[in-house]
Design a protein around this ligand. Structure first.
Ligand code: TYD
Ligand code: MG
Length: 455
């Protein structure tokens, strides 16, 4: 006799519990438990290790017997997407793409699917009607007669259609609307997401069809659904950007087929997303007069060098507790740099309000931006502008030393290409490419040396 069992699942992290909890013991979130029906598998009890088999079965393969090397990847016309995926779409891969509502996930994948020539694409939309998708395609102005649309949420119906169409690429918009008839829970619940993702994974692996799953994210930025969803897929991409800027960034969070340090930059225009091939140009404001509090950092995002403008404003504090605000930069890192300046340089930031902003609405995690942040702070503190043809690449240590950063030659080359005259780097970046460049490379060892050279 089979009895339907239920359990409570945390909608945040997927923690399973027999009873309802107000607070999840695993992730600490409140009010996240929802009761869901589960089907418990009967465990297999006939594992008889002693039974002797004559030889190994066909299921076990010797690695050297597997033929073929890396399969041919499907290159999209979108160079940014290809790079983020690690060099094109891998056949049979399952890619999850997360992002806030309205950021442009549907636009990105509709656009890419429409641009792929000679590839049969099936776009499954559970969120929008066929007319809505058509309207968007018209707006993008791209025509493709191998693009098929299905508005459906049941996975089994989708698979039936797939059998007839034989698409070479499947896009699911979104995983939260999918429903498997084998599970009774509502679409978007933990067990549905888990089951439908597993069905999609089996489909992708067995038919060698790449599948893209578009997913929503929760208010604190995680992809809605259990964390295990991220383990089930091959690649996790995040599409992000500031609502007030038109720039969008496609980041890799996980990638079984490439580096996770890659980044794609797009601009949202009236006709869809435009690839930004030279990000430095948009990230540095074109200005004639020199302003204090501005410094340019030569950063790297993945394998791509990028020059970024750092803006700082240091003012006399009117309240007892001085304010510190950072946009696009880690606030704790800013506090650390201020403490270094206070202790090692004797600057009194303790009585000042400090505001820091990375231009263009992007977030930089490369530690090489430290030196530019520090110089922007000093420039605003002294109210003296830094020459607009100077840039910086260096990490700042706790004792005020300027530390070496990776790929220094690429950074210097990019700065030179963009017409900079001078770049400050760490003295410890030994090679530093001396002699190879026309740009003046200034090695510095400590914060006070930089100060003396600049002001
Ligand atoms: P959408 O792809 O629907 O976002 P998501 O699927 O991530 O929820 O993007 C919607 C936004 O993009 C909407 O605010 C309008 C804007 N947009 C443009 O600015 N230009 C365009 O060509 C398109 C298609 C959308
Ligand atoms: Mg959408």
């Amino acid at each position: 006799m089979s009895k339907i069992k239920t359990a409570f699942f945390c909608q945040q992290c997927g923690y399973e519990s027999a009873k309802w909890n107000g607070r999840c013991p695993s992730c600490g979130q409140w009010n996240t438990f929802v009761e869901e029906k589960i089907q418990k598998d009967v465990p297999l009890r006939n594992n008889n290790w002693k039974q002797e088999a004559p030889s190994r079965s066909d299921n076990i393969i010797n690695l050297s017997e597997i033929s073929g090397t890396e399969e041919e990847r499907l290159l999209t016309p979108d160079a940014e997407l290809n790079r983020v995926l690690g060099g094109g779409i891998v056949p049979g891969s399952l890619v999850l793409v997360g992002g806030e509502p309205g950021i442009g996930k549907s636009t990105l994948f509709l656009q890419n699917a429409l641009l792929l020539p000679h590839i049969t694409t099936l776009y499954v939309s559970g969120e929008e009607s066929a007319q809505q998708v058509k309207m968007r395609a018209d707006r993008l102005g791209i025509k493709n007669d191998q693009f098929y649309l299905l508005t459906e949420t049941s996975t089994q119906t989708i698979f039936q259609e797939v059998k007839k169409l034989h698409p070479q690429l499947v896009i699911i918009d979104s995983i939260q609307t999918l429903q498997s008839p084998f599970i009774e829970a509502a679409p978007g619940s933990i067990s549905q997401i888990r089951e439908t993702a597993a069905e999609m994974q089996r489909f992708a692996k067995e038919t060698h069809t790449p599948v893209f799953l578009i997913g929503h994210i929760t208010k604190d930025g995680a992809i809605a659904g259990p964390k295990i969803l991220e383990h089930m897929v091959d690649t996790v991409l995040q599409f992000e950007g500031d609502q007030h800027y038109s720039y969008r960034i496609l980041r890799t969070i996980k990638n079984r087929f490439g580096s996770t340090a890659e980044l794609g930059i797009y601009e949202m225009t009236g006709q869809g997303l435009r690839q930004v091939t030279n990000p430095s140009e948009i990230l540095i404001s074109q200005r004639e007069d020199q302003l204090s509090g501005v410094a340019i950092a030569a950063t790297m995002e993945g394998m791509r060098p990028m020059l970024v403008e750092v803006q700082a404003l240091v003012t006399q504090s009117v309240y007892g507790t001085p304010q510190r605000t950072a946009t696009g930069f880690d606030l704790r890192r800013l506090q650390l740099l201020l403490a270094v300046l206070e202790k090692r340089g004797g600057f009194h930031f303790g009585v000042k309000d400090v505001f820091l902003n990375i231009a263009g609405g992007i977030r930089v995690e490369d530690p090489a931006i430290d030196l530019a942040v520090l110089c922007a702070l000093l420039s605003s503190y002294e109210d003296t502008a830094i020459g607009s043809k100077i840039c910086f690449a260096g990490e700042v240590g706790l004792s005020g030393e300027i530390r070496a950063v990776n790929r220094i030659e690429q950074r210097i080359a990019e700065a030179e290409k963009l017409g900079f005259d001078k770049i400050f780097i760490s003295r410890y970046n030994k090679k530093g490419g001396a002699g190879k460049f026309d740009i003046e490379v200034v090695p510095v060892g400590r914060v006070d040396e930089v100060y003396q050279q600049l002001f």
